[in-house]
Design a protein around this ligand. Structure first.
Ligand SMILES: [Zn+2]
Length: 156
């Protein structure tokens, strides 16, 4: 999902949290975690493409799902479970709770937009699949290959 959607949703969620709990810390943690979790895409890009980092190429690869393998180290329901536990153990610390809500919102949006299977966002499941992109995100892979095939047919 594109960054501006996550930015808008995180901003809205942060505003609602601020209105409900009057905590700038909670609102900021929600916004920051909801947007910047996607920085893990940079790690996958650099692992496959190497240095130097090219911004335009980075967005092109992410948008078209042109990864051979994808780790997405911060996109994982497992992290969400740990954040939930941390929030509960700290008696719902505003920073931890805000981050939890931001991450949860981001993960739900990615799941609804990028695939129809929530299992794709399990870190352990991706690990079991060897982080192979086409196995982890079969619907995106299907669209990717259908698009390539139609492009070939148009250019022949
Ligand atoms: Zn994401």
């Amino acid at each position: 999902m594109k960054v501006h959607y996550h930015t808008a949703a995180s901003l809205a969620a942060s505003a609602i949290l601020y209105l409900l709990f009057k905590s700038w810390g909670m609102a900021a943690a929600c916004f920051i975690s909801g947007v910047f979790i996607d920085l893990d895409h940079i790690l996958d890009y650099l692992r496959e493409q190497g240095w130097p980092f090219k911004v335009r190429r980075f967005f092109e690869i992410c948008h078209n799902g042109q990864f051979d393998r994808i780790m997405l180290i911060w996109h994982g329901w497992e992290w969400l479970a740990l954040w939930s536990l941390a929030a509960w153990v700290t008696d719902w610390n505003p920073l931890i709770t805000g981050a939890l809500i931001g991450i949860a919102l981001h993960m739900i949006m990615d799941t609804l937009h990028n695939c129809n299977s929530p299992i794709s966002y399990s870190l352990l499941w991706r690990w079991q699949k060897g982080f192979v992109f086409d196995e982890v995100f079969p619907k995106i892979a299907e669209q990717k290959y259908a698009h390539r095939q139609s492009f070939r047919q148009r250019t022949q």
